[in-house]
Design a protein around this ligand. Structure first.
Ligand code: NAD
Ligand code: MLT
Ligand code: K
Ligand code: MN
Length: 367
């Protein structure tokens, strides 16, 4: 029996609705597999936890998480309780940083039955590699003076090491895909970090002569995501550019509620963290209509990470059959609830299992 120990952090808002849903789905998949087991331990770390304890997680929170194989997180942020920069830097970004989850991979592609807001989306299938450890997200800077003299200084950090690392990750991914890497830049306006980023990109590209490359300024690239998303394969971007591009990628898929993501620790020292692109969705909390697909697809990325690609493929195929048959939450034009969509996915996993059982006389169901 292969056991994967997962730390569940539902977090805030709809995170508390979609993490339990995707967890149920993972249990059903483990059952289908036959020799795979998930052991989930849930942690209540969130903005509510902050109000009670004065911190988003306990002091030894990272020590606790270190013992797990993976972290499965929903969303962090409740502006009514805690300022966003405090909650995110106290939990989500803290884990990304301290656990050296230096790469954030975020695919965007069309799901059957989900209408893109684009009139002619063609058949796009791309993946954004977001540098996840530095860039525009830095704690270097400060505030000085008051009132009309008040000043905020925020420095961006671009190291050769982290830039090369993200780019190499993108090229390695492209090798297994359509052999095309696009770099998101802005070297016409940002005159130190972005020309540096371009230089490093050109150097890394030389190591991969079989991969087609191009560089696009982020403004034009954002527009191309809308006008020609089918032209992209792998896109490598700095932390902030990657953040913005992936909400856009999610939007052209139909909703940020379906977009998956994985924060990857590449040196094996700490667990990776799987959490969808979307946030806590304050406008729909408690209505039971949060789309669970972003979190479920994120679970597929977790399966892939642990070498269970076959099971991951079965899951995504089942999700697509569910959307194709019209089981859609309101964000993608339907009227189904989180529970109805989740139950349908689970029912189809169980059906798949009985079909396989009927096919085999042996009675075991390894997929
Ligand atoms: N990774 C994260 O944990 C993360 C990501 C983004 C935002 N946030 C935080 O979440 C809070 C809200 O941020 P925001 O409003 O900018 O972004 P958001 O992603 O929470 O919401 C944007 C829009 O998308 C919708 N949406 C999001 N997830 C959905 C789902 N699963 N199903 C259906 N609709 C969904 C929302 O209802 C809203 O209309 C803030 O506190 C923010 O800091 C956290
Ligand atoms: O800025 C962030 O990274 C938080 C959130 O917007 C995300 O995309 O995970
Ligand atoms: K999230
Ligand atoms: Mn974001």
């Amino acid at each position: 029996m292969k056991t994967i120990k997962v730390a569940n952090i539902p977090g805030d808002g709809v995170g508390k609705e979609v993490v339990p849903a995707a967890t149920e789905v993972l249990h059903a998949l483990a059952d289908l597999h036959g020799s795979l087991k998930f052991e989930f331990t849930e942690f209540p770390w969130s903005c509510e936890y902050y109000l009670e304890h004065g911190a988003m997680m306990p002091e030894d929170g990272l020590e606790i998480l270190k013992e797990f194989d993976a972290i499965f997180l929903g969303a962090v942020g409740n502006l009514k309780l805690v300022p966003d920069h405090v909650s995110l830097w106290g939990l989500l970004i803290k884990i990304r940083r301290e656990f050296e989850q230096v790469i954030n991979i975020r695919p965007a592609k069309l799901l059957k039955g989900v209408q893109s807001p684009l009139v002619n989306p063609k058949d796009f299938d791309m993946i954004v590699v977001r540098e996840n450890s530095e860039g525009e997200y830095s704690s270097i800077g400060g505030n000085i003076y008051k009132d009309e003299d008040e000043i905020a200084i925020q420095n961006a950090v671009f190291s050769r090491k982290a830039s090369e690392r993200a780019m190499r990750y993108a090229f390695e991914l492209a090798k297994k895909r359509n052999k095309h890497v696009t770099s998101a830049t802005k070297s016409n306006g940002i005159i130190y970090s972005m020309p540096f980023w371009d230089k490093v990109f050109k150097e890394v590209a030389k190591e991969y002569p079989e991969i087609k490359t191009d560089s696009q300024h982020i403004d034009a690239l954002a527009a191309f995501f809308v006008t020609h998303p089918e032209k992209f394969d792998v896109i490598v971007a700095s932390n902030l550019f990657g953040d913005i591009l992936t909400d856009l990628g999610a939007a052209i898929m139909g909703s940020v509620g379906i977009a998956p993501a994985a924060n990857i620790n590449v040196n094996g020292k700490y667990p990776s963290m799987f959490e969808p692109v979307h946030g806590s969705a304050p406008d729909i909390i408690g209505k039971g209509i949060a789309n669970p697909i972003g979190q479920i697809w994120t679970a597929k990325m977790m399966l892939d990470h642990f070498g269970e690609e076959d099971l991951g493929t079965i899951l995504l195929d089942i999700v697509e059959s569910v959307t194709a048959d019209g089981f859609l939450t309101p964000d993608i034009g339907g009227s189904h609830t989180t529970k109805e969509v989740t139950d349908e996915v689970i029912a189809r996993i169980n059906n798949y299992k009985s079909e396989k059982l009927n096919e085999k006389t042996m009675g075991y169901t390894n997929v």
